[in-house]
Design a protein around this ligand. Structure first.
Ligand SMILES: NC(=O)c1ccc[n+]([C@@H]2O[C@H](COP(=O)([O-])OP(=O)(O)OC[C@H]3O[C@@H](n4cnc5c(N)ncnc54)[C@H](O)[C@@H]3O)[C@@H](O)[C@H]2O)c1
Length: 452
């Protein structure tokens, strides 16, 4: 704990008096304007390449090293660096543990990890132990032990970990966060969210292209089907909770004056992946014989210390349009993403929904107001720019990130806890207090600013 206290103190000193202007604003008064962050990327598959593209656009980042065990991905990444007119980075990936050699490099300050889930905690731990400012893709951890590993390593080393949850930076989500902070909804009561994304064509492919064709996975698959589908085969759990729960947790100050207390989870039967295999590969395809353990729709209800409930849905194996299904509800009214509607008592017509458009424009977040145009091309409608911007600016200053190791642990813990609850007929499961009591006095992050 003492090292944790030390680095918090150090961070506070570093943070004092910052002009805090992202290099993209090129403000003359920004003391970090000329600071270059040396970044290494571990995993340059589809997601890692997206991050690579975004950091290559920045003049305050030098990509000094990349690592991937797939030479095809290294070739694509090097090509991107070359096209951007930047210096060739050092390359790693001779074997599964070659990333450790990248972590030994002195000219890597910060690391972005975008590998399959089972590598996340191992790599993030090693990265923090090597003293690197660590950015980790979602979900951060798969088991309760891994959740604790992230917290313990962060506390032991003082190295920062940011969970790279881009949905926290979505334009509508940030506008609603702004409304929450301005108390438009009043005291918060209830949230809904989830990952509701038809992934059948991602979990199954032909081993040649990532999307759309074939019913193979594992060794015969490519990209996410090579690793993600195995989790659907073997785990009846919400294996991907953070896109939904991250934004909601931030709105109700989880780990900063509030915390997740317990959850219950229920799963439907699982028929979606099997039906897809039969339809596209035939009844005699070997994968049609497999029994996928994951229920198609998994519903988790979380209770918080401050008396809110959060319903989190995982719905990825059935035909459906994409939606994270957000609902934010307080004493004065609510926002529902599905239907794009808002109701605020006293402001909306009685018992009638408003189109949310005007509300979201009115409360557009200062960051989006300032950089929205610049962000649009960055991926996922712009939120990928903001999550990387926040990571880079926090790492340049070596200060605590907005979404930290405690968030990574609490949000990811939904996976093992939902699994335990489903296995025990919906029995409530307690969340550990990853902050070890500190949630009581930790202050909410200052989200409403136009810097990062
Ligand atoms: N935040 C988002 O919107 C978003 C979107 C897509 C994926 N993701 C997350 O990003 C991560 C990666 O997903 P993806 O779609 O890029 O998958 P992918 O399969 O396309 O890429 C993973 C890469 O990791 C490499 N890899 C595997 N083991 C390695 C090792 N030991 N050392 C070095 N490299 C290794 C693979 O060769 C592959 O290129 C996952 O956690 C996924 O959930 C997040």
């Amino acid at each position: 704990m003492s090292s944790r206290r030390d680095f918090i103190k150090k961070s506070a000193i570093i943070g004092t008096g910052l002009a805090m202007s992202p290099s993209l604003s090129f403000g003359a008064t920004d003391p970090f304007k000329d600071k270059k962050l040396k970044v290494g990327l571990i995993g340059v598959g589809l997601r890692g390449t997206n991050h690579l593209n975004n950091v290559l656009l920045r003049d305050d980042v030098i990509v000094t090293a990349i690592c991937d065990v797939d030479p095809r991905r290294i070739k694509i990444a090097l090509d991107r660096v070359d096209k951007a007119g930047k210096k060739k980075p050092k390359v790693f990936g001779n074997n599964d543990l070659d990333y450790r050699n990248l972590l030994e490099l002195k000219d890597v300050d910060a690391v972005i990890i975008s590998t399959p889930w089972l590598w996340h905690t191992k790599m993030a731990k090693d990265s923090m132990l090597a003293g690197k400012y660590t950015g980790l893709e979602v979900s951060a951890a798969n088991t309760m032990e891994e959740c604790w590993d992230l917290v313990n390593t962060h506390e032991q080393t003082g190295s920062h970990l940011m969970i790279l949850e881009n949905v926290n930076y979505r334009r509508d989500v940030m506008a609603v966060l702004n409304m929450v902070k301005q108390n438009v909804f009043g005291e918060l009561v209830h949230f809904r969210c989830g990952y509701q994304h038809d992934l059948r064509f991602v979990k199954l492919n032909d081993g040649k292209s990532a999307y759309g064709k074939g019913v193979e996975f594992g060794e015969k698959g490519i990209s996410e089907s090579a690793w993600r589908t195995q989790h659907s085969l073997l785990r009846n759990a919400d294996v991907y909770p953070t896109h939904g729960v991250g934004p909601m947790a931030t709105m109700c100050n989880v780990n900063r004056g509030n915390r997740f207390m317990s959850l219950t989870s229920h799963a439907t039967k699982g028929i979606g992946i099997h039906n897809y295999i039969v339809k596209h590969g035939g009844e005699d395809h070997p994968n049609a014989k497999l029994k996928f353990k994951q229920g198609d729709v998994i519903t988790t209800t979380i209770e918080t210390a401050n008396g809110e409930t959060i319903i989190v849905t995982h719905d990825c194996n059935l035909p459906r349009p994409y939606s994270l299904g957000f609902r934010v509800q307080g004493a004065n009214g609510l926002w529902e993403k599905d239907g794009d509607r808002m109701y605020i008592e006293g402001k909306s017509k009685s018992h009638r929904w408003d189109d949310s458009k005007e509300w979201l424009e009115k409360y557009d977040h200062p960051l989006w107001k300032k950089y929205g145009e610049h962000a649009q091309g960055a991926g996922h409608g712009g939120m990928d720019f903001f999550v990387i911007n926040s990571f880079v600016e926090s790492a340049k200053r070596n200060i605590a990130p907005p979404l930290d190791a405690y968030d990574a642990a609490a949000w990811s813990a939904i996976t093992p806890l939902s699994e335990a609850s489903i296995e025990n007929n919906g029995e409530p499961q307690d969340f550990p207090d990853f902050t070890r009591g500190m949630w009581v006095k930790r202050k909410p992050y200052n989200w409403i600013k136009d810097t990062y």
